[in-house]
Structure formats: structure tokens, C-alpha cells
Design a protein around this ligand. Structure first.
Ligand code: COA
Length: 437
């Protein structure tokens, strides 16, 4: 395209404007994916079971009779249609939606969509260009039929066995790496498949298994598994403590995952504040500055401390000594002193501190949204910032809020057809039954 043609084009359209998503997702993993696509401008039509909707609408409720934060924080910028996919008329509507959408996203238990009659073969018959994207717990193999939630994925993907303190039990992490992590993978798969469709005209299946997603995030632990065959993992504090390694990557506590030793150490106020800690990294290049700042200038030239190798069996003492200094400062003072000296460190920020941080509000990373049932609440904004596709976070839809508009405007049904659909019970309780109640 020539520059003068480009100049005439509207440059502020959202990146995915014109892409229509049939969002058959629920709980967290699938909704994360479709929310991201909606933020990038796709028209996301969330299909929900009449009367019930996504189960998370009612889970972990904090405000009576209002959609939960669990739901609202995963379903911004979407439209909601209620549709019973097991009702014959509902099935017809669903198939019409398949015909006019670019992508179908689902994360039901394995086989659920097939049982609705929406097999991949049927989808291709209805719309050869459709991208059919799924989250499942596992890929092909012995567990492919299993239902999976976040922590199951963390446990089966290698995260739990490598998280926790040495000699303690396996631990799950607070970050939703199985659900939200896999939702991100699926979103990438979808836009890649859409790009491919531009060249081939055909859609394809996209599968993001949660086990794969977690294992992908744990790649450094698979790296360490293979390094074990060649000797101890010297950067793990276990080595410095003289504890032998077994035959699998151990739990590394708060050891840094890379080649630069790090640990979480106490700061001023730790006795009363559970988050008065800082992550401190003894990066080799910053070692002279660290020695100066903690009052140990003699360590710079002491052969016992001067090199990373020499320090490996003394890391506990090194971090105890650094902690003697950090305990005299609060975590923000540690950051303020260390950053200008290029010493990598990070305060342990609580959710309260993050929620109140003005710079995160300004950047759109934390956003305040207004909701007709629950009032104002905070949510996380889009974690990817694009210069020419601005994100405006709008509230999640009420259950079935856009049913009429989707039937009439998106599917183009006339009044009679809409009446028949409603009468069939496909989108909710039929009008007569309502009147009889
Ligand atoms: N109309 C009619 N029926 C509908 C419907 C609609 N609009 N929407 C869903 N259903 C039905 C499904 O067809 C399915 O029925 P079936 O079992 O008779 O075939 C049923 O609702 C429930 O689906 P299911 O996925 O089994 O829900 P669940 O609550 O039992 O399981 C999970 C939840 C998350 C464990 C499961 O969906 C799963 O393993 N998903 C894949 C992995 C995943 O994404 N996990 C993370 C979630 S954050």
C-alpha cells in the first residue's frame, strides 16, 4: 500500500477491530484469552447458559446479588447472549453464530463441544475459515480426558515440585500461571491462526493445554534437571549448605532462577509487617557497590568473597550480612539507595500497595470500573500496551444483556424469528411460562 493511501486510513482503529469471537468460555483460562482479544478491539460475544451463566458470576461473591469480582475481572469489553445449546432452536442459533464469527473459543471439559454436536468437522462444514481454539488441561495422552483447574495444572506442569522451601512440601504459587498463563498462550495461537488464514483462507484448530503452558513457564527447571547429570547446581543455596542433590530438580526456596544469586531478606518493620521484605540480587557486576553499601568494603578484595565462585558456599552468611543492613531501612529506602548503584532489588509489594500505587493507575495497569450492580471496583488493565491500539476497559456484561441485540443486529433475525426463538426456551424461560409464574 502506498504512503498516501495509508495516510487516508484511520490510524486509531483497534488492532482486532472487525474480528468477531464466539466466546464459549467459562471460569478463568478461556475468559482471560477472550478478554485480551476484546481489549484489542475484537467483538466478543459470550454465550452463556440461560438462567445460570458462567459459574463464576456467583462464585466468591462479596456483594449480594451482584456479579462477583471473579467474573467481572475476567469478562470486560464483552457482550453476553444467553443460549441453551442443547435446545434444538438454540443449536440452530449457535450454528448461525459459528457461520458469522471468525473464531470460536472454548474451555469446556474434553468432549463437551462434541456432545453439543459442534465437532471440528461440523464447524468446518459451517465455516471453513473458522479458527477453533480450546484450552484443555492436558494435550493428547493418558490424561487428555481429565477436568483440570489451576492448581492441578501447577502440580502437573512442574511448578509445584520446584516451588517451596528445601525440605518443605511442594507449593502452588499465587500467580495463576495455569489459567491466565494458558489463556495468554491461546490468545497468541488465535492471532497467529488468523494471520495464517489471511494467506490460506482456511481456519484451523488451536489447542493450548494447561500442563504445556505451566511447563513452558518452568523451562529453567527442566534446564536444571539436565544440568544435575553433570554435578550439583552450585547456584542453589542447597549447595552452599552442603546438602546433597537428589535425582530431580529440587525446590529452590527464594533462590534466583538464573546465575546471579538472590534471596528475600527482611527490612525495617518486618516484625509487624508480613511484607517488609526485599528481593536482593548479588549480581557479580554490582558486588563492589553492594560491599560498600552494606559496610563491608573489605569483601571487595578478600579472596574468600571477591568472586562469585568463592562466595557460593557462603551465600547464607552473605545474605545474613546484607540483611543486617536492610533491616535498618524500609523496603522503599533499600530500593532508593540500591537502584542508583545498579544493584538489582525489588520490594515485596502487597496487593494493598499495588492497588494504591498511582503510577499503575496512570499507566492503565490497574483500572477503576463502574458496574450497575456493584458500583466501582478495581481491575487489572491490559498488560500489553500498543501505541496505535489504545485499550479502554469497559464493564463486564450482565447475564444475557445483549441477547436481543445479537439476535437482531448481529444475526439479522426478524421479529417473527426472534419471537419463535424466545418461545422455544432457547434463550431463557419462554414468555408464556414467565406469565404463568
Ligand atoms: N447451554 C447448554 N449447556 C451448556 C452451555 C449452554 N450454553 N454451556 C455449557 N453447557 C454444558 C456443557 O455442554 C457441559 O455439558 P455435558 O457435560 O453434558 O457435555 C456442561 O455444561 C458443563 O461443562 P464442563 O466444562 O464439564 O463444566 P464443569 O464445571 O463440570 O468443569 C472445568 C469445569 C473447568 C473443570 C472444565 O470445564 C475443564 O476441565 N475445562 C478445561 C480446562 C480448563 O479450562 N480449566 C481451567 C478453568 S479456569
Amino acid at each position: 500500500m502506498r504512503i498516501d493511501e495509508l495516510k487516508g486510513k484511520k490510524m486509531t482503529t483497534k488492532a482486532l477491530e472487525g474480528v468477531r469471537i464466539l466466546d464459549f468460555t467459562h471460569v478463568q483460562s478461556g475468559p482471560t484469552c477472550t478478554q485480551l482479544l476484546a481489549w484489542f478491539g475484537a467483538d466478543v460475544i459470550k454465550v452463556e447458559r440461560p438462567g445460570a451463566g458462567d459459574a463464576t458470576r456467583g462464585q466468591l461473591r462479596d456483594v449480594p446479588n451482584a456479579d462477583s469480582l471473579y467474573f467481572t475481572m475476567l469478562n470486560h469489553n464483552k457482550r453476553s447472549i444467553t443460549l441453551n445449546s442443547k435446545n434444538p432452536k438454540g443449536k440452530e442459533v449457535l450454528e448461525d453464530l459459528v457461520k458469522i464469527c471468525d473464531v470460536l473459543v472454548e474451555n469446556f471439559a474434553p468432549g463437551a463441544l462434541d456432545r453439543m454436536g459442534l465437532t471440528w468437522e461440523r464447524i468446518q462444514e459451517l465455516n471453513p475459515g473458522m479458527v477453533y481454539a480450546s484450552v484443555k488441561g492436558f494435550g493428547p495422552g493418558p490424561y487428555e480426558d481429565c477436568k483440570v483447574y489451576e492448581n492441578v495444572a501447577q502440580c502437573t506442569g512442574g511448578s509445584a515440585s520446584t516451588t517451596g522451601l528445601l525440605n518443605g512440601p511442594p507449593l502452588v504459587t499465587g500467580a495463576q500461571i495455569g489459567d491466565t498463563g494458558t489463556g495468554l498462550n491461546l490468545a497468541l495461537g488465535i492471532v497467529t491462526a488468523l494471520y495464517h488464514r489471511e494467506q490460506t483462507g482456511r481456519g484451523q484448530r488451536v489447542l493450548a493445554p494447561m500442563q504445556d503452558g505451566v511447563l513452558n513457564l518452568c523451562r529453567v527447571k527442566l534446564r536444571d534437571q539436565q544440568r544435575l547429570a553433570h554435578g550439583p547446581l552450585k547456584e542453589y543455596s542447597q549447595h552452599g549448605l552442603g546438602i546433597e542433590f537428589g535425582d530431580a530438580t529440587p525446590r529452590g526456596g527464594n533462590d534466583s532462577g538464573g546465575g546471579q544469586p538472590g534471596w528475600i531478606i527482611k527490612c525495617k518493620g518486618w516484625e509487624n509487617d508480613p511484607n517488609a521484605y526485599v528481593y536482593f540480587i548479588t549480581q557479580a557486576a554490582a558486588w563492589p557497590a553492594i560491599c560498600n553499601v552494606i559496610g563491608k568494603p573489605e569483601w571487595k578484595d578478600d579472596p574468600e568473597y571477591a568472586t562469585p565462585d568463592a562466595r557460593l558456599d557462603k551465600l547464607t552468611h552473605v545474605f545474613d550480612t546484607i540483611e543486617d543492613w536492610t533491616k535498618t531501612k524500609n523496603k522503599f529506602e533499600v530500593m532508593d539507595i540500591c537502584n542508583p548503584l545498579n544493584i538489582p532489588c525489588g520490594p515485596i509489594l502487597s496487593m494493598k500497595e499495588l492497588a494504591e500505587e498511582p503510577s499503575l493507575r496512570e499507566a492503565g495497569t490497574i483500572v477503576e470500573v463502574d458496574h450497575p450492580e456493584r458500583g466501582k471496583y478495581l481491575t487489572v488493565g491490559c498488560p500489553i500496551k500498543m501505541s496505535n491500539s489504545p485499550v479502554e476497559v469497559t464493564r463486564s456484561p450482565l447475564l444475557g444483556e445483549h441477547t436481543d441485540e445479537i439476535l437482531a443486529e448481529v444475526l439479522g433475525y426478524g421479529e417473527t424469528e426472534v419471537g419463535e426463538i424466545k418461545q422455544s426456551g432457547a434463550v431463557g424461560t419462554p414468555p408464556k411460562a414467565e406469565a404463568a409464574e
